[in-house]
Design a binder for this molecule. Structure first.
Ligand code: DAU
Length: 397
């Protein structure tokens, strides 16, 4: 089977790709634009001199500018910040610049290799279509995913999550070979769960810019199934944790701050609850949806590990051997959802069995950040965009 995985260099995407390559004979086409949270190192063991491709984009939104004289310049809108960002993202790798037909090139590579990585934005419809024509199943992870960033500036969330998903769905309309299109949504589409656990048929009531963009395309995917017959299955996972999570989310942020003996910024009283789902479990649940998910249906993927943020932070301090004095209660996130909780009986009816050893998975995860300092230090030291966001967001708390 050939899978097209969008956002495959991100946290959940890259864990899913690795899981799938280790447990199946699938071939993978990975499509990722390497915006700030996409990290090529996450998949470095699968990348080589011939399977990392940068197509010449033909879409108006990413139009060609050859004047700059650097090879990369034709793949990005101009020679400024975007070019610099991509150049630094590709440092240490040897990409191929595709001037010829992308479809033919990917098809050829897949004859000898299990993986092709295409650096392009899902907003580029011609690339989407070329890759989709080669695929049996699409798993669509690509999204801006950080709630705090969406509160700070929602623009990229509309472009990628809404317009990008729309472009992919449009591309799916023009191919006839797709067996399934798994759209990765989120439990945040329901809004916060006061005194109940949401089921799939409950109304969607998102409460921040990120989740409202995700809710829009959760329903758009459904509508493209109803209207055009696209074989959509929607997954709504809860808060994922595990290795390679970009250091902007609760667990990596707090672990890294603890390791550096810096204050741990807990929003408000820290009594908000999240339902933690191990990223490997998410990957296995998606396997099941690829195999048995009913087309046109949405499925919750719960962690069944509801914890208050403060207890997660205390656990991190315990594992890293740091003092609770580092806890710093800071100004709360605006519109903060106090609790997420979903009912996963629908996916259980498909035969879903979760690995329930939360403590072991949590300890493994924190230790992964302890042991992989190089991975996160590279981001902390080199990613200018990351530095600027962290400074601006946390300085005002
Ligand atoms: O529920 C699924 C969602 O989980 C995904 O759809 C999102 O993409 C993902 O980012 C996550 O959203 P959250 O807002 O729950 O995740 P985050 O790690 O940003 O925050 C988890 C909780 O920790 C939340 O209550 C806010 C709190 N927090 C977070 C950070 C980064 C803090 O108290 N301090 C912090 O510095």
């Amino acid at each position: 089977m050939i899978l097209l995985v969008t956002g495959g260099a991100g946290f959940i995407g890259s864990n899913f790709v690795k899981h799938r390559l280790q447990t199946t004979d699938d071939k993978m086409i990975i499509l990722d634009s390497l915006t700030y949270a996409g990290v090529l190192d996450n998949l470095k063991e699968y990348l080589n001199d011939s399977n990392l491709l940068i197509p010449k984009t033909q879409d108006d939104l990413l139009s060609v500018t050859k004047q700059i004289g650097e090879r990369l310049s034709y793949a990005v809108p101009d020679g400024s910040a975007e070019l610099k960002r991509l150049t630094s993202k590709l440092e240490g790798f040897n990409p191929n610049y595709v001037e010829s037909d992308l479809y033919d090139m990917v098809k050829d590579i897949l004859k000898k290799d299990k993986v092709v990585f295409v650096v392009a934005n899902i907003i580029d419809s011609k690339t989407d279509q070329a890759l989709m024509r080669l695929s049996d199943v699409v798993v669509h992870f690509a999204a801006e995913s950080h709630v705090d960033r969406s509160i700070f500036d929602a623009d990229a969330f509309i472009k990628t999550n809404v317009y990008g998903t729309y472009t992919l769905l449009e591309a799916a309309k023009n191919v006839s070979n797709l067996k399934k299109f798994i759209h990765i949504s989120t439990d945040e589409v329901y809004g916060h769960a006061i005194g109940k656990s949401f089921k799939e048929a409950d109304p969607l009531n998102p409460r921040n810019p990120y989740s409202s963009a995700k809710a829009a395309v959760d329903r758009m995917a459904y509508a493209y199934h109803q209207t055009y017959g696209i074989p959509i299955v929607i997954a709504r996972p809860s808060n994922n944790f595990g290795s390679n999570q970009y250091p902007e989310k609760l667990i990596p942020v707090m672990t890294i701050k603890a390791l550096k003996n810096e204050p741990l910024p807990v929003y408000g009283d820290g009594r908000q609850e999240r339902d933690w789902l191990y990223v490997e479990d998410t990957a296995r649940a998606i396997d099941l949806l690829i195999k048995s998910g009913k087309i046109g249906e949405a499925y919750n993927i719960a962690g069944n590990n509801e914890r208050e943020n403060i207890s997660i932070v205390r656990k991190i301090l315990e594992i890293t051997g740091r003092s609770e004095k580092l806890i710093d209660h800071v100004k709360d996130r605006p519109g903060h959802d106090v609790r997420y909780s979903i009912d996963d009986s629908k996916i259980k009816d498909l035969g879903w069995v979760q690995d329930r050893d939360f403590d072991k998975q949590f300890e493994y995860t924190v230790n992964w950040y302890i042991q992989n300092q190089n991975w996160w230090e590279k981001i902390l030291n080199k990613d200018q965009e990351y530095k600027a966001f962290m400074k601006a967001w946390y300085e005002e708390r």
